[in-house]
Design a protein around this ligand. Sequence first.
Ligand code: HSE
Length: 428
Amino acid sequence: MTVKIALLGFGTVASGVPFLLKENTEKIVQAAQDEIVVAKVLVRNEEEESRLRAAGHDYHFVTDVNEILDDSEIAIVVELMGRIEPAKTFITRALQAGKHVVTANKDLLAVHGSELRQVASDNGVSLYYEAAVAGGIPILRTLVNSFASDKITRVLGVLNGTSNFMMTKMVDEGWTYEDALKTAQELGYAESDPTNDVEGIDAAYKAVILSQFAFGMTIDFENVAHKGISGITPEDVAVAQKLGYVIKLVGDIQETRSGLSAEVSPTFLPKNHPLASINGVMNAVFVESIGIGESMFYGPGAGQKPTATSVVADIIRIVRRLKDRTVGKAFNEFSRPVQLAAPEDVKSAYYFSIEADKTSENLLRLVELFNSEQVSFKQIVQPTSEEETTRFVVVTDVMSKAQLDQVSAKLTESAEFRILNTFKVLGA
Ligand code: HSE
């Protein structure tokens, strides 16, 4: 038998789908137990169709999505257009029409995932999205299957390739933020509008999805605090290096005694932490659990073939489930009521870069201000240059988010101090 699929969009990732179906037919047919064919491809307009035909792509292109949604022979719709609309409407209508959906759309799933999963469930169809988190790393299905017996306590991830490429260049080669962004855009890593990449929003979307799979909690995107890399200065990078750390944009999801905490922030990683060696556009997900202990999943987080590989794996899974008559099961069945962590229970050491006149009186005041919130210093960092007379740099001992907020508020209110940057410090 043949299972017909339709692609919504024919960009970089989508064009990798027919490539894999063709290059790996024998294995795919054995796994799916049916042949999979691309029956229709939705493109924006006739110009795009002409351009694709001229490039040698010979498909049944359509510009009206109804030609796919009304086609009863198409069993699976593969959405690879990205962003919220019209993807949300098209996926909803496809599910309502009884079609299974595969997507890589992390923005959409992070913000409207619950609603879409409900529509899928109401209609007895599947909604799979392995490619939405860390593109080519098979992390979601691994969490569902291989961690089924394990209790996960923390997930740390380098989840955005663009910002990791930029940070690698800034740290290893001393590039400025601006030069790193320009090159990331020229190399096609950054999204057309790089805001989501550099401000931690893209990684926060992925953290929402990881929270569901690792902890069974569907937290709202608004509950994932996110801070990006745009505020990191060469001085911060130099201090991190001097102290034996690497700065990376890290997603951090952990279960505390009061509930779940999820955030994305530039983080000082000790050089010997496995995540510290994740360079360039690569992604990694580091899992701490009571059974396995520590494990790390590493690979490309984007790109045509890596992402398409995850997409086609989802398609194969659905086709096989159709064959086995088990289709319609949720991608992830682990679900618990959402309980967010109290700020008192979320703990870390922090790096503070503070502008002030570097007098001994001010140093004393700074120590007193932190001590008034029961926060002590692990390190007071000597300046990286002789001329640096207007900046205190300290690494604190472990404190809670509540203490962090109090100290930050006091520094902001003070006349003599101005916070330049605050970053989490892991393993200090
Ligand atoms: N812009 C994303 C990144 C693509 O840089 O990681 C994959 O989600």
